[in-house]
Design a protein around this ligand. Structure first.
Ligand code: SIN
Length: 286
């Protein structure tokens, strides 16, 4: 049955991220509900929807209602679910946590995913939060002079530090449950504006991250490192951050065009299991 829903949207107190209730994401949603969800995501940048009953098939069905799927290059999908990856860490694992440094998903692609959808199937009793930073506010709080300088610049993005033959996952020989793919293709470079205008909200956000942004076009390495280090610190300061503490059965969606995030640890000895999809995006524009 198709579900029409009046979403209950409760913005988080500091004005970044919102909780959504009054919706069953396993149902078939009508166009008004899907539009309301898309609008809520464009307005609040991170949405959490608690008390959902989703398996990988239901997550895939829900995601397909919100947008076309993105392409997930360096993690093999779950068997039978072409668009779902399992973000899993068994209790015994010691390998680095997937996504544990600030990043925007797949920013090294020519058309990085607009949004990511993550569903908590099993959460540890402690730790395992996902932490988000608001890249709109990070840009808007800079001086007009710094904004004007950054608006002329392009960042250089690559997957090499994570998935290249010399990257983190190639060096790491601890056994891991996630189906990570290391490839020479990860060494390709892509250039995107350092300040990105969101196609729906019209607002400008910083577009750079610790993992994949390795330089600034036309600058020497020492110059771009100094500027990027300043911007990384600036954009992830506490005033711009929302820390999501998971409950099993919660789905979180975030907008990669205006948010950076990382997966926190602190749950050694416990299992954490999430299902993830990405939604297709467009080429970033200044
Ligand atoms: C990710 O970066 O997509 C993973 C986030 C998480 O596991 O909390």
């Amino acid at each position: 049955m198709t579900q029409t829903t009046a979403l209950e949207i409760k913005p988080r107190p500091h004005g970044f991220a919102a909780e959504v209730r009054g919706i069953d994401l396993a149902a078939s949603l009508d166009e008004n509900t899907v539009t309301a969800l898309r609008t809520a995501l464009a307005t609040h940048s991170v949405l959490s929807v608690p008390e959902q009953d989703l398996d990988p098939a239901a997550l895939e069905r829900f995601s397909a209602q919100v947008g076309a799927f993105g392409h997930d290059p360096y993690v093999a999908p779950m068997d039978g679910f072409e668009h779902v990856i399992e973000v899993i860490r068994e209790a015994r694992e010691t390998a680095p946590i997937f996504g544990s440094l600030w990043h925007s998903d797949w920013s090294f692609q020519a058309t990085p995913p607009s949004a990511t959808v993550l569903f908590a199937a099993e959460v540890p009793p402690v730790g395992g939060d996902t932490v988000f930073a608001d890249a709109y506010r990070a840009f808007e709080s800079l001086s007009p002079t710094m904004q004007a300088l950054l608006a002329q610049l392009n960042g250089v993005h690559t997957a090499a530090p994570a998935y290249g033959p010399k990257g983190l996952f190639a060096r790491d020989d601890a056994s891991r449950s996630m189906r990570i793919i290391v490839s020479p293709e990860a060494e390709q470079m892509e250039v995107h504006p350092l300040v990105r205008r969101h196609p729906l909200s019209g607002r400008r956000a910083l577009y750079l991250n610790h993992v994949y942004t390795i330089g600034i076009e036309g600058m020497r390495a020492d110059e771009s490192k100094t500027l990027l280090d300043f911007l990384f610190r600036h954009m992830t300061q506490a005033a711009f951050v929302y820390r999501h503490r998971w409950q099993a059965g919660t789905l979180v969606m975030w907008d990669n065009r205006c948010v950076v995030h990382y997966a926190d640890g602190g749950y050694e000895g416990h299992r954490r299991l999430m299902y993830r999809t990405t939604l297709a995006g467009e080429r970033p524009r200044a």
